[in-house]
Design a protein around this ligand. Structure first.
Ligand code: PMP
Length: 286
């Protein structure tokens, strides 16, 4: 059975869900989006995702043509219409159809669509054994250019870093910021553990403020594991005892190698395991 996509107010079949080639979301990456998960029939951290979506839109001066309640309704309607209880949701707002120039003044009707589908970002064995990463030579966007806090449709910078990961035969890359400090991975936030303390780069280090990251920080508090947001250098990654990344798609993925070096023992660490279990209990509310 074909998927139903919510597009500008209507549920349409997947092969009918089409956007104009004049849409500036396509022509210029002019738009914003969210990746959200549904666990056991409940949208996980929906309000946090809507906050970030509306903030991203505001930052790029894009007015979302739906009030928040309707956006919430569109998300609920989409996964329910497809009979999902556990799935991934992609919510996208584009600048809409305009002329061939970049000026958004000519785009009068932003488009909104919501997709609900299944995803498996990484194979199951990788969650058990941990993944290898590299540090990319491409740096994260400068916070005073298009801020990394905006979840925009323009991911090219991260895509360039991901291509470096592909070339190196690993699934993810760590990006450094304009100062050479650690920011995040191409689609995930990064955490390390050192001497029993969990550490993750601060917002000011040029990151997308991940919803999963925030949940993870709260879980550290619940589990009485010290956790700090602070500037990290690549050196800190190299001498870490444990490392993991978080994201809506990836959830919690242990990292056991960086730039060919083993992290800690080279095995998934005990704090990573404890937090991963806590995360899975939390998302299903058990
Ligand atoms: N950083 C980047 C660049 C991302 O694209 C994402 C989302 N995939 C994340 C971090 C993680 O954010 P979240 O936990 O909200 O999915």
């Amino acid at each position: 059975m074909s998927l139903k996509i919510w597009l500008d107010g209507k549920l349409v079949e997947k092969n009918e869900a089409k956007i104009s080639v004049y849409d500036h979301g396509l022509l210029y990456g002019d738009g914003v989006f969210e990746g959200i998960r549904v666990y056991a029939g409940r949208v996980f951290e929906l309000e946090a995702h809507l906050d970030r979506l509306y903030a991203s839109a505001r930052a790029i001066r894009l007015e979302i043509p739906l009030p928040r309640e309707q956006f919430r309704g569109a998300i609920e309607q989409t996964f329910k219409a497809n009979g999902f209880t556990d799935c991934y949701i992609r919510a996208v707002v584009t600048r809409g159809v305009g002329s061939l120039g970049i000026d958004p003044k000519k785009c009068h009707d932003p488009s909104v669509f919501v997709i609900a589908d299944l995803i498996a970002v990484y194979p199951k064995e990788m969650y058990d054994k941990g993944m290898a990463v590299i540090t990319a030579s491409v740096m994260r966007n400068h916070p005073n250019a298009l801020s990394p806090r905006v979840k925009s449709l323009n991911y090219l910078n991260n895509i360039l870093a991901r291509i470096e990961a592909n070339d190196a035969g690993v699934p993810e890359a760590v990006m450094l910021n304009h100062l050479g400090n650690v920011s995040e991975c191409t689609a995930d936030n990064i955490f390390i553990v050192r001497d029993g303390q969990v550490q993750t780069p601060d917002t000011a280090d040029g990151i997308l403020e991940g919803v999963t990251r925030r949940v993870m920080i709260a879980l550290c508090h619940d589990q009485k594991i010290p956790c700090v947001e602070k500037t990290l250098q690549r050196h800190d990654l190299y001498i870490a005892d444990e490392m993991f990344v978080t994201g809506t798609g990836a959830e919690v993925m242990p990292v056991t190698k960086i730039d060919g070096r083993e992290i800690g023992s080279g095995q998934v660490g005990p704090i990573t395991l404890k937090l991963t279990k806590a995360f899975h209990r939390h998302v299903r509310n058990v």
